[in-house]
Design a protein around this ligand. Structure first.
Ligand SMILES: CC(C)(COP(=O)(O)OP(=O)(O)OC[C@H]1O[C@@H](n2cnc3c(N)ncnc32)[C@H](O)[C@@H]1OP(=O)(O)O)[C@@H](O)C(=O)NCCC(=O)NCCS
Length: 162
């Protein structure tokens, strides 16, 4: 398995958009698959965020992970976010999701991001194992979500803290 920028694999954009749509369309019902395709096409590797990584094995797409500026419109004060961590069902529980998160966090460090956020309805344990801590529990789009954070720099280098 290898992890690469989605931008280097544009052929995967339609299927990835479809997967994401099936998983998360309930969060924003007006966002279409075509909207997702267009958003992915506009990402530009090496220019910061948004950025998406894909896990690939023998030219088969396994999953993806992104960094986006905003992922929760009720918490625009928090940025940026780890978002859209997704592994196709048949490839789960083999370490692909963890590898995607780790690679994405490495990218965030390269971008000199101090703190990364995420929200999850049910995957707190998965992220805790990867070093994330709970910031708060927040109702969002009618369900309870846990907002988590990961510090990427030591506290003494920070001017402010959340
Ligand atoms: C959440 C998700 C990305 C995890 O992907 P994954 O590839 O299964 O992740 P991993 O294999 O790295 O880890 C999953 C579990 O399998 C375990 N695991 C990892 N490698 C394993 C292996 N070789 N054998 C058995 N179990 C293994 C991990 O310990 C982990 O357990 P935990 O969740 O209790 O911590 C995936 O389930 C998914 O796409 N879900 C739908 C979308 C979603 O919910 N995304 C998260 C939004 S916040």
């Amino acid at each position: 398995m290898r992890i690469d920028y989605l931008e280097a694999h544009p052929d995967f954009i339609p299927i990835l958009s479809q997967w994401h749509h099936e998983q998360w369309s309930y969060l924003n019902p007006s966002r279409t698959v075509d909207d997702r395709i267009e958003e992915f096409k506009q990402e530009t590797t090496g220019k910061g965020i948004p950025v998406t990584f894909v896990a690939i094995s023998e030219n088969v797409l396994l999953g993806s992970s992104s960094i986006v500026a905003n992922d929760m419109d009720t918490r625009m004060d928090l940025s940026p976010w780890l978002a859209s961590v997704y592994v196709a069902p048949q490839h789960r529980e083999q370490g692909v999701g963890s590898a995607l998160v780790r690679r994405t966090v490495e990218e965030a460090k390269k971008l000199e991001i101090e703190t990364l956020y995420l929200f999850t309805p049910d995957r707190e344990k998965f992220y805790k194992r990867l070093g994330w801590t709970v910031l708060e529990v927040s109702e969002y789009r009618g369900e309870n979500n846990v907002i988590m954070k990961l510090r990427l720099t030591s506290d003494e280098n920070l001017n402010s803290s959340i």
